[in-house]
Design a protein around this ligand. Structure first.
Ligand code: ZN
Length: 187
């Protein structure tokens, strides 16, 4: 089922989401929720979706940056944005921690701030810890665009939206943004 994606101003986007009881991961309801979030993310389309974006106060997000659309983007552009394919995965009760001090600034959008973009500085590398949909602990490092998606989704679990971190003078409608060619997806 495709869920409605709530827009900025909805209080759930400003709450700190409480942790998920890992025992609930085994329930059919939870498995259905994961399937629904994936479907909702594809439909948007987006490369990430956090539970608060469908009005659920849960420390949960899904990420997938693996669409056919990536085939149409020049390798040079993918390299510039340090964007590599990321197969679908689920993160429960995650922590996302910057590694080092290097940052990059790119235009970013959000499915909950529909129709706008802004420049947002993000750590280039992050370390991630959390649990997958089977309740198994996972940890890994992420780089570039994947690290950006992770920081964006982790922010959603803490009531933070990219507009809190953006260069305010870069804030623009998508229609007015002609500077990028590879930013047709939001998260
Ligand atoms: Zn977002």
């Amino acid at each position: 089922m495709i869920h409605n994606i709530v827009q900025v101003g909805h209080p759930v986007l400003r709450d700190v989401a409480p942790p998920i009881d890992l025992a609930s991961c085994a329930t059919p309801e939870f498995k259905q929720l994961i399937a629904d979030m994936r479907e909702t993310m594809h439909d948007a389309p987006g490369v990430g979706l956090a539970a608060p974006q469908i009005a659920l106060g849960l420390r949960l997000f899904v990420i997938e940056d693996d669409s056919e659309y990536l085939d149409e983007i020049d390798d040079e552009v993918l390299e510039e944005f340090k964007r590599e394919r990321v197969p679908f995965y689920v993160m429960i009760n995650p922590t996302v921690t910057p590694i080092g001090t290097e940052t990059e600034t790119h235009y970013e959008g959000c499915l909950s701030v529909n129709g706008f973009r802004a420049l947002v500085p993000r750590a280039l590398d992050v370390h991630v810890e959390g649990w997958n949909e089977n309740g198994e602990q996972v940890s890994f490092d992420a780089h570039g665009w994947h690290a950006r998606i992770l920081q964006h989704e982790f922010d959603h679990l803490n009531g933070t939206v990219y507009i809190d971190r953006m260069d305010t003078r870069s804030f623009t409608t998508e229609d007015n943004l002609e500077l990028l060619t590879d930013d047709e997806e939001e998260f």
